[in-house]
Design a protein around this ligand. Structure first.
Ligand code: AMP
Ligand code: ZN
Length: 119
C-alpha cells in the first residue's frame, strides 16, 4: 500500500474536508490555506507530478481542468480564481502526488501566495 498522503486520503485512511468526488478525482480543502478559499484537486490514481506526467495521464488531467470551474463555483468563487500546480524541486512541490490548487476569496489575490519561507 502506498504511504503517499494523498493516496491515503483517497483510500479514506486520512480524513479530508471533501468538496467533490467521482471515480477519477477528488477535491478537498487544503489543510494549511494560502487564501480564504483553498481547494486541492487530485487524480485518484497516483501521478507523481506534472513534471513526470505523460500522454497516458491525458484523460484524467483534462477532466480535472474541465471540472475546475464548477468546483471553484461550488465554493463561492463566482468571479474568478487562481490555479497553481507546483512541480518538482524547483517548483517547491511538497506532496509528490500531482495536485491542482484552486485559490480565491472575496478580494483579488496578491502576487505571491505561497510563503517564501516555505523552502
Ligand atoms: P505543494 O507544495 O504544491 O506540494 O502543496 C501541498 C499542499 O498540500 C500544501 O498546501 C499542504 O497544506 C497540503 N496538504 C498537505 N497535507 C494535507 C492534508 N492531509 N489535507 C489537506 N491538505 C494537505
Ligand atoms: Zn499518491
Amino acid at each position: 500500500m502506498s504511504e503517499c498522503i494523498f493516496c491515503r486520503i483517497v483510500r479514506g485512511e486520512i480524513p479530508c474536508r471533501k468538496v467533490y468526488e467521482d471515480e477519477d478525482m477528488l477535491a478537498f480543502h487544503d489543510i494549511n490555506p494560502w487564501a480564504p478559499v483553498h481547494v486541492l484537486i487530485i487524480p485518484k490514481q497516483h501521478i507523481v507530478s506534472l513534471a513526470t506526467a505523460d500522454a497516458s495521464n491525458q484523460a484524467v488531467l483534462g477532466k480535472i481542468l474541465a471540472r475546475t470551474g464548477d468546483i471553484a463555483r461550488s465554493q463561492g468563487l463566482n468571479d474568478g480564481f487562481r490555479t497553481v500546480i507546483n512541480s518538482g524541486r524547483i517548483g517547491n512541490q511538497e506532496v509528490y502526488h500531482l495536485h491542482l490548487h484552486i485559490l480565491g476569496g472575496p478580494e483579488p489575490l496578491g502576487g505571491s501566495l505561497k510563503p517564501m519561507t516555505k523552502k
